[in-house]
Design a protein around this ligand. Structure first.
Ligand code: FES
Length: 125
């Protein structure tokens, strides 16, 4: 299980060297998640239309290592956009991946940009 998590590391926009084309805007549901594969990684992508923002994070929930975050519920806590895991409702910031329940695990987040109706996710490897 450790190996699954170890491959996910937050990428800051300034560190992104590869902009992977994840799909078109219409490929992703609004205010919910979609999932793409990049190399061996499953990445959850959120078209957070209520905020007019997009976010990307690992699809694996670090609580029980389930590949489920793309099916979680988006929301906001103190204006921080968040994703709630559909399994046991642990919530994570979509901005920096911190666990908002105070638990000792976090998720990796990735930069995302939309250009001419196409969605790109930034990776460093
Ligand atoms: S598997 Fe995600 S909260 Fe338990």
């Amino acid at each position: 299980m450790e190996e699954i998590l170890n491959q996910y590391e937050t990428v800051h926009i300034s560190d992104a060297t590869i902009w992977f084309k994840a799909g078109k805007v219409e490929d992703f549901p609004t205010n919910r998640g979609g999932c793409i594969k990049y190399k061996s990684k499953q990445i959850a992508i959120f078209n957070f239309a209520r905020r007019n923002e997009w976010y990307a994070c690992q699809n694996a929930c670090p609580h029980k290592m389930e590949m489920v975050l793309a099916r979680g519920m988006t929301g906001s806590a103190d204006d921080i956009p968040k994703i709630a895991c559909p399994m046991h409702k642990k919530t994570f910031s979509l901005v920096d991946g911190t666990n908002l329940n105070g638990d000792d695990f976090k998720i990796a987040v990735y930069p995302i940009k939309v250009i001419d109706d196409e969605v790109f996710v930034g990776f460093a490897d």
